[in-house]
Design a protein around this ligand. Structure first.
Ligand code: PLP
Length: 387
């Protein structure tokens, strides 16, 4: 009940009828609700949906119609969103790692807002996307409290970010703002406070020491979906973040705020339906049941790597079962990393049998986009959109 109202559940079971597993059912209406919630909580911010979470045309069209902007990670995502008729002025290029020819391509398509975190990339942008607006991504804390951390690989030290912003101006670009990402499925709202303190220091430094007025803060994604571990409602995040911002900036000086949510917009909209392929034990004395389903890390559940993201699972026998036991949940491929949960202590009914359905809840984000093509011959995840 925490995840679905009865009407929502009915919609999923209807879409699932007669279909061969595994497949993902996405409820577009739930994405709409999440989008409206975010707009309501951050009425003055610009939302740039992080397409990587679910780059499906159905999702893009819906969000485009609702007025969302988009953040793309590659020219392939860019083509997808442009093909949906979204104007280039509504798209940012948020990946700090890009080939020069891809910057050129994006610029030719009209993109004028780019993330960077290095001198080499900045020079590429200056050369191939002259005059564009630049936001520099900084390294921030938060990896300990994020279930899917995004630290280290992206961002640079604030001092280097300041140098890049100064250099951006020298290269004829617009030093527009600063971005950060506190880690995906971030459970600690205070992570934004730490990051915003760095941003404030940089805004002040740029203005006072360099006479450059930055105009934008990109607060990234990181807002949670409803998995197994408890998280605060998005409202709590919004209230805290808005209060950090109003502590730092007066109403007249408030920079433009960009949000790049992915998981929190689309995660709750998905249910992945799978069948139990095999149930076995490793010896007569080891009572742990291994439950192998027809979906695994390579058909969309890659975020279970390291048991990081813990999806709620449901099987109809839970309604009638009298006893449940701990299981290992694993996928169908001949790869030993294809184990979703071994340590997490998932419990399933003792009555569970081969052929029973297992529903993976909150699987609307980072599932279809990660699903591989034909690993072990298994086809990529089929997706059904329910309206
Ligand atoms: N923005 C950037 C640059 C990202 O890399 C990501 C996720 O990888 C996001 C936004 C979306 O983050 P989330 O799904 O946590 O909302």
């Amino acid at each position: 009940d925490q995840y679905f109202d009865p009407a929502g559940w009915q919609k999923f079971t209807k879409a699932a009828e007669g279909r061969e597993t595994p497949f993902l059912v996405v409820d577009l209406n739930r994405i709409k609700i999440k989008y409206h919630e975010m707009v309501g909580l951050f009425p003055t911010a610009k939302i740039h949906y992080a397409m990587k979470a679910s780059p499906a045309v159905e999702v893009i069209n819906l969000l485009a119609e609702l007025g969302s902007n988009f953040d793309c990670a590659s020219i392939y995502e860019l083509d997808r969103v442009l093909d949906c008729g979204v104007d280039a002025s509504r798209i940012s290029y948020g990946n700090t790692i890009k080939k020069p020819e891809h910057v050129k391509y994006a610029f030719e398509k009209g993109i004028d807002l780019y993330a960077t975190d290095s001198e080499a990339d900045l020079k590429n942008i200056a050369k191939h996307a002259p005059g564009s607006k630049i936001f520099v991504r900084i390294l921030v804390q938060g990896s300990e409290t994020a279930e899917w951390p995004l630290s280290r690989k992206f961002g640079c030290h604030p001092n280097m970010a300041i140098e890049l912003l100064i250099q951006a101006q020298e290269l004829g670009l617009v030093p527009y703002g600063i971005s950060f990402h506190v880690g995906s499925q971030q459970k600690d709202v205070a992570a934004w406070d730490d990051a915003l303190a760095k941003v404030k220091y940089m805004f002040d430094w740029m203005k006072n020491e360099e006479g450059i007025k930055l105009r934008m803060i990109n607060l990234g994604g990181g807002f949670p979906a409803n998995y197994m571990s408890e998280v605060n409602p998005i409202k709590v995040y919004a209230e805290e973040i808005k209060s950090y911002l109003s502590d730092d900036y007066s109403a007249e000086d408030m920079p433009e705020i960009i949000l790049e949510p992915g998981r929190s917009l689309v995660g709750d909209s998905g249910v992945l339906v799978s069948d139990v392929v095999l149930i076995s034990r490793k010896s007569h004395t080891d009572l742990t049941r291994w439950v192998y389903t027809d979906v695994g890390l390579f058909q969309g559940l890659i975020e279970t790597l390291g048991e990081a993201i813990k999806y709620p699972v449901y099987t109809p026998k839970m309604e009638t079962s009298t006893s449940a036991g701990t299981v290992v949940l694993a996928g169908p491929t001949c790869d030993s990393t294809d184990i979703m949960y071994e340590e997490a202590g998932y419990q399933l009914p003792e009555e569970l049998e081969i052929g029973d359905k297992i529903f993976w809840l909150t699987t609307g984000a980072y599932t279809n986009s990660y699903s591989s093509i034909e690993f072990n011959g298994f086809p990529p995840l089929e997706v059904v959109y329910a309206d």
